[in-house]
Design a protein. Structure first.
Length: 243
């Protein structure tokens, strides 16, 4: 596991964008596994800048997203399809037919079958991840057992609380999501985790002991052969991470 310690969120975003840029340039038809939430937004802004100012070409790139809220249509302003269009896809030269975000409405069994089929065929070159304060990745919440494949997940109350800031009220936050499973995530050739904000316990569990624990799903990254973690200096000091 490579850990890159940076001084600020802006620097973390720049480092993450440089990693993605290198992959896109080396393999123009690569498949990027993408994430939503606040952690990757700065990276997306930097990738947009690289496209507009430096000509970074996304025309051959394919993408697949980690998850989607159940119950939100793609054009809903808080759906993850809308999010990805708004923060990235609308601003670069990617073919949206080559972008995939699971469907959150309609027949969930059919949606899950389609999602798993897409993941079975795709070889994700790098999967971008954030982490929840409770250690969840994607929407794989802490549990006695974790699911390998794409599935519908009931969201923990702490996750609902954390995501409330994106909605007008807590009552509007969906209670479940469709998400890649831990097995899907681990199949990616490379993992890129951006850790920022109030993630002390999750970061500590990932970086300062050797345990892999289903009650802290991010710890499963310890078993992957190629992981890069971008960590803010203040958080590294807070958890006692030596670098």
């Amino acid at each position: 596991m490579e850990v890159i310690v940076v001084g600020s969120y802006e620097e973390a975003s720049e480092k993450a964008a440089e990693i993605i840029e290198k992959i896109v340039k080396e393999k123009p038809d690569c498949t990027l596994g993408l994430a939503t939430g606040s952690s990757p937004v700065g990276m997306y802004n930097e990738l947009i800048r690289k496209h507009k100012e430096e000509g970074l070409d996304f025309s051959g790139v394919h993408t697949v997203n980690l998850d989607e809220y159940v119950g939100l249509a793609p054009d809903h302003s808080r759906s993850y399809r809308y999010f990805m269009d708004d923060v990235l896809f609308n601003h670069i030269n990617i073919d949206k037919d080559n972008t995939y975000v699971a469907k959150g409405i309609g027949d969930m069994d059919e949606n899950l079958k389609e999602f798993n089929d897409v993941l079975e065929k795709a070889q994700v070159d790098i999967q971008v991840l954030g982490v929840g304060a409770d250690g969840h990745i994607g929407f794989n919440e802490p549990s006695k057992c974790l699911v390998a494949g794409a599935h519908k997940e009931k969201l923990d109350e702490s996750t609902i609380d954390a995501n409330q800031r994106f909605f007008n009220s807590r009552d509007e936050v969906p209670r479940s999501a469709i998400t890649m499973g831990i097995g899907n995530i681990m199949k990616a050739k490379r993992l890129l985790l951006i850790v920022n904000g109030n993630k002390k316990e999750a970061a500590k569990r990932l970086l300062t002991d050797d345990l892999v624990d289903t009650m802290c799903p991010v710890t499963f990254l310890k078993m992957h052969r190629d992981v890069t973690v971008i960590l803010e200096e203040a958080l590294a000091a807070e958890i006692g991470y030596k670098y």
